[in-house]
Design a protein around this ligand. Structure first.
Ligand SMILES: [Mg+2]
Length: 236
């Protein structure tokens, strides 16, 4: 059995529940924007998602540059208002800054901090995210050696780029010496497993495993159990 040297982690829905945070950030930013340019029609959530898809079709880089995508959405709203170009640009920037700040107001799941602190004593730790949360903006960031976002690799998990970049940070590290932990059966578990990385599934809601392309992975639903789960299943 290979010795594990590096453990990488997904962020959203792995360290914290993201959807209430995004909804709150989205709503607050919309109100802020409306306080400058008047009431806007945002449509339903599914309208909003299809609008995002349309924009991604026009510019595929939005797929991995979600910050630029978000700014584009604000820009399109703001450009209809009666503001000078520089006022428009400033407002886009302020909206984005506000969103990003609120997007970091997350509540870590119980036990994450303690688990990460403990694991950092024996392994190198890294973050692999498709989102734009910055782990180094939290105290827990001090336990991590690196963080790789979709923007950094111009690609999203389950594609291999995040995983390959993390491996390449260490000399002579092999994929089978890495554990990747995440909530998403495809983006995290499948994406890492197919490269030979040891995938662990954070399965908070005890969902069934229906990704039959690969065997059911090792899983856990409480961060209080992860340190033991790793030492029981892997050599160090
Ligand atoms: Mg996730």
């Amino acid at each position: 059995m290979p010795n594990i040297k590096l453990i990488t982690f997904d962020l959203d829905d792995t360290f914290w529940d993201i959807s209430p945070v995004i909804i709150k950030a989205e709503m607050a930013t919309r109100s802020y924007l409306e306080s400058h340019i008047g009431k806007q029609d945002w449509g339903s959530m599914s309208d909003f998602l299809s609008y995002r898809k349309e924009l991604i079709k026009e510019d595929p880089s939005y797929e991995w540059d979600i910050g630029a995508l978000r700014k584009k959405i604000y820009e399109n709203k703001i450009k209809k208002a009666n503001l000078s170009h520089s006022e428009q640009q400033k407002l886009v920037k302020r909206c984005y800054k506000m969103f990003l700040k609120l997007r970091h107001e997350v509540g870590f799941y119980d036990g994450v901090y303690e688990a990460i602190e403990e694991l950092s004593k024996n392994y190198s730790l890294g973050v692999l995210t498709n989102g734009n949360a910055d782990i180094f903006s939290f105290e827990i960031g001090k336990f991590f050696d690196f963080s790789i976002s979709s923007y950094d690799v111009q690609s999203n998990k389950p594609k291999k780029d995040h995983f390959v970049m993390s491996k390449n940070k260490y000399k002579n590290l092999e994929f089978d010496q890495i554990i990747h932990i995440g909530d998403h059966p495809v983006n995290d578990v499948y994406g890492s497993h197919v490269l030979g990385i040891n995938a662990i599934w954070f399965n908070k809601n005890n969902d069934g495993w229906d990704n039959h392309d690969i065997e059911k992975p090792i899983q856990f639903n409480s961060w209080k159990s992860i340190v033991k789960l790793i030492s029981d299943n892997y050599e160090r």
